[in-house]
Write a protein that binds this ligand. Structure first.
Ligand SMILES: Cc1cc2nc3c(=O)[nH]c(=O)nc-3n(C[C@H](O)[C@H](O)[C@H](O)COP(=O)(O)OP(=O)(O)OC[C@H]3O[C@@H](n4cnc5c(N)ncnc54)[C@H](O)[C@@H]3O)c2cc1C
Length: 320
């Protein structure tokens, strides 16, 4: 039996969430006795062989035949065709933007059971039962997959990356893409800004900042931390910040190593999109703000005093 891992590539770079999914797949393969194979699509500047250091021994590269920016359904067809050919029983994706799009399309094509946002290894003693978080991270559900084929998306920051020694063997494979029923007319990318979902550090601000004219100090702090910018929904709704920066239940879900929340109350809908961050720092003038309960570090204080001091301290540390 085989386990297929989708190697998530964006702009020629392997996304860091892929390393977690490979580690997850390697542990699953060790438990089931299956072999683990990676599937990559499109051109990649990073060395696919180096994925061996996360436990992948084989990578099939569909790079030459289909374009990375092909419509998602074309990539899903390629992955499902490969899965059928390889007789793969389990397909693993990251719960990233592309994984969330690809996994259901692939599962539908393979008539496979799918569970998204998985947070731990499956229980295998009585079938195949996986755990996922539900109700915006307030509870967990255990779901048994009864189908022969299964597709899982793994929640970012839920599985430790394990490094081993060795290289993966990379081979290319021909795939003739069928004509897609979807045509991209125009793709507009935001320029300059760090990708919110990929950033290691995110600096986010809410209504406590009072107005868009005060974002300069937030941008300066983000610059010192090499961080992406985020905001709460009311901030985006009021057009203080662009909608693509809105994080939470109805916005982008992120899982950076460090999340700095400034003037944000910590409503459950906001937490739903950021509670997978490794370390959360909250800056709020109200000591009773609910966000402090989810924080690893908290500063009770006025953002207009704290942020410039924090930025100045960072500059001083960097200069020394
Ligand atoms: C169905 C639904 C979905 C939603 N989805 C989302 C979502 O995806 N993302 C999201 O963010 N929200 C979402 N919301 C809205 C959410 O419920 C909250 O209303 C919102 O997150 C609050 O935003 P905020 O923290 O910026 O503002 P507020 O709740 O107004 O909080 C502002 C905070 O700033 C602090 N503050 C004020 N002045 C200062 C100062 N000078 N220095 C420091 N701190 C200060 C205050 O103490 C307060 O805690 C959703 C709501 C619903 C009903």
């Amino acid at each position: 039996m085989r386990i297929l891992v989708y190697i998530d590539i964006a702009n020629g770079k392997i996304k860091k969430a892929t390393h977690e999914v490979i580690s997850y797949g390697a542990d699953l393969a060790a438990a089931t006795g299956d072999s683990l194979i990676g599937v990559a699509i499109g051109s990649c500047q990073d060395k696919l062989e180096e994925l061996g250091s996360y436990g992948l021994t084989e990578v099939i590269h569909l790079g030459k035949e289909i374009e990375q920016n092909a419509p998602t359904e074309v990539n899903a067809w390629a992955i499902s065709a490969l899965a059928s050919e390889m007789k793969a029983k389990t397909l693993l994706f990251s719960h990233s933007l592309s994984g969330k799009l690809l996994a259901p399309l692939t599962a539908a094509r393979l008539k496979a059971g799918i569970v998204t946002g998985v947070v731990s290894q499956p229980e295998l003693n009585n079938g195949f039962c996986v755990k996922k978080s539900v109700f915006s991270g307030k509870a967990f559900a255990k779901i048994a997959i009864k189908t022969e084929l299964r597709v899982l998306t793994i929640s970012p920051n839920s599985y430790p990356v394990k490094q081993v020694s060795g290289n993966a063997a990379v081979s290319t494979k021909a795939f003739t893409a069928a004509q897609s029923r979807i045509r991209t007319i125009k793709a507009e990318k935001t320029s300059g800004a760090l990708s919110l979902t990929e950033a290691e550090v995110v600096v986010s601000a809410g209504r406590g900042l009072k107005g868009p004219e005060n974002w300069g100090m937030v941008e300066e702090l983000a610059g010192e931390l090499n961080a992406a910018l985020a905001c709460t929904r009311p901030v985006a709704d009021a057009h203080w910040r662009p909608h693509h920066e809105h994080v939470g239940q109805t916005g982008v879900a992120i899982a950076p190593n460090l999340y700095v929340a400034i003037g944000i109350s910590g409503a459950i809908q906001h937490l739903a999109g950021v509670n997978r961050s490794k370390v959360i720092v909250v800056i709020n003038k109200d000591p009773e703000a609910p966000f402090f309960k989810a924080a690893d570090y908290g500063i009770v204080g006025d953002a207009f005093e704290v942020i410039p001091q924090l930025t100045a301290a960072l500059k001083k540390v960097k200069a020394s």
